[in-house]
Ligand binder design. Structure first.
Ligand SMILES: C[S@@+](CC[C@H](N)C(=O)[O-])C[C@H]1O[C@@H](n2cnc3c(N)ncnc32)[C@H](O)[C@@H]1O
Length: 390
């Protein structure tokens, strides 16, 4: 071998060693879990909201970030009768609370966007609410005055849903909308029809709040089914933008309890995230000049850790818990959020029973990560049990 060849080989070896070192923690994490990931194709439909559309009360507000009511039913079959309400601390449109109540199981949903919590709460109303007269309509320009006249939760929900329909599932504005009065009337018809058709079989509550500081007593919930925000997938704060007209202010991403998950979120700098694989991903983003994204990932993982600790606090020992969560490439840096959450959950006082993978979240074939030829973010269901005495 010539001196030139030896030099080229040496350089290649050095690059490979640097790449390996730069991915050491995430590669080790993937390897720790490789034998524990069970692919379950049948979950693919259940972790997405597509299956929700035709079901009563769920169909009012198709939330693209939600999971299907059939996932809640599958959870309840396995949880049998939980010894307390089922908690969903990232409740979104309220799928868990609504479906539990329909199935005769008490439930509590907590959601950062108050208007979403209000829509979910209206879906928990008794049939008597359907006997209200239709809500008074008004022109778009007098939205504030109209909102002030809607004192009934079911009427207010109709207005919120009519407003929510002004954006697509990803938060971008829709064009060519019918007038607000017309949208309000159509929403009300569906709401009244569903409320009248079916009585709920158990009590459930939807609260506006923060998963990291739950307004609940220790050991007061019997089970957990939830899906926290996914990194880089949706701008959850932008979804709240149509409601801002009611409050007379623009929704600002990063404000309030919203976990910073979007690339453009405003995440305060506050030290490294509490997991070495997340810290490594943040370091790669930082070195690559993606400082805002590094702060978002750090803030996101810190928020997840706090929410898991809170969930552990409010659950009774032996409570079953399912967490639906996806990983991400953030500016091409791999963040295995499902596996990070699994280890954070173990630290918080859960036992991991298994990870069921519903689907791969990236259309590409994957990327090299250290010594691993291909990694791709997954959408997974973490199956956990709250341990005794921690
Ligand atoms: C993936 S969605 C959940 C969807 C829900 N499973 C459904 O079927 O509608 C995550 C939700 O968590 C909410 N969220 C984000 N940060 C939160 C926090 N700190 N506390 C409570 N909810 C939060 C978001 O607003 C979003 O609606």
């Amino acid at each position: 071998m010539s001196r030139q060849d030896r030099r080229t080989q040496g350089r290649r070896r050095a690059v490979r060693a640097r790449q390996k070192a730069a991915a050491r923690e995430r590669e080790a994490l993937e390897r720790r879990f490789v034998g524990r990931l069970a692919w379950r194709r049948e979950l693919e439909q259940l972790v997405s909201a597509r299956g929700a559309a035709p079901e009563p009360r769920h169909r009012w507000f198709p939330y693209r970030q939600g999971f299907a009511p059939a996932l809640v039913r599958r959870f309840l079959e396995q949880a049998e009768r939980p010894p307390g309400p089922v908690l969903d601390p990232f409740a979104g449109s309220g799928t868990t609370a609504i479906e539990c109540a329909r199935q005769g199981v008490a439930a509590i949903g907590v959601e950062a966007i108050p208007e979403l919590a209000a829509i979910g709460a209206a879906a928990l109303l008794p049939p008597a609410a359907a006997r209200l007269p239709p809500p008074p309509a008004g022109p778009e320009q007098q939205l504030g005055a109209l909102a002030a006249r809607l004192h009934e939760p079911a009427h207010r929900a109709a207005l919120l849903i009519a407003l929510a329909r002004s954006v697509r599932g990803d938060g971008t504005p829709r064009r060519h909308l019918p007038p607000l009065g017309e949208r309000l009337r159509r929403c009300w018809e569906v709401i009244a029809e569903d409320l009248a058709a079916e009585s709920l079989r158990a009590r459930a509550w939807m609260l506006a709040g923060d998963a990291r500081r739950l307004p609940l007593r220790a050991a007061s919930c019997g089970a957990l089914l939830t899906s926290p925000p996914y990194l880089g997938r949706f701008e959850y704060a932008r979804l709240a933008a149509p409601f801002a007209a009611l409050a007379g202010a623009r929704a600002s991403p990063g404000s309030g309890p919203q976990l910073p998950a979007a690339r453009h979120a405003d995440a305060p700098a506050a030290g490294p995230p509490p997991h070495p694989a997340a810290a490594e991903a943040c370091a790669r983003l930082w070195e690559g000049g993606r400082r805002r994204a590094a702060r978002v990932v750090a803030g996101y993982v810190r928020g997840l850790a706090q929410a898991l600790a809170e969930a552990a606090r409010v659950l009774v020992p032996a409570a079953p818990a399912w967490i639906v969560l996806g990983g991400a490439f953030v500016h091409e840096v791999y963040v295995p959020a499902d596996l990070i959450a699994a280890e954070l959950a173990e630290r918080a006082g859960f036992r991991l029973e298994g990870i069921e993978v519903a689907r791969a979240l990236s259309a590409s074939g994957g990327r090299r990560l250290g010594g691993l030829a291909r990694v791709r973010p997954r959408e997974s269901v973490l199956r956990l049990v709250r341990l005794n005495g921690r």
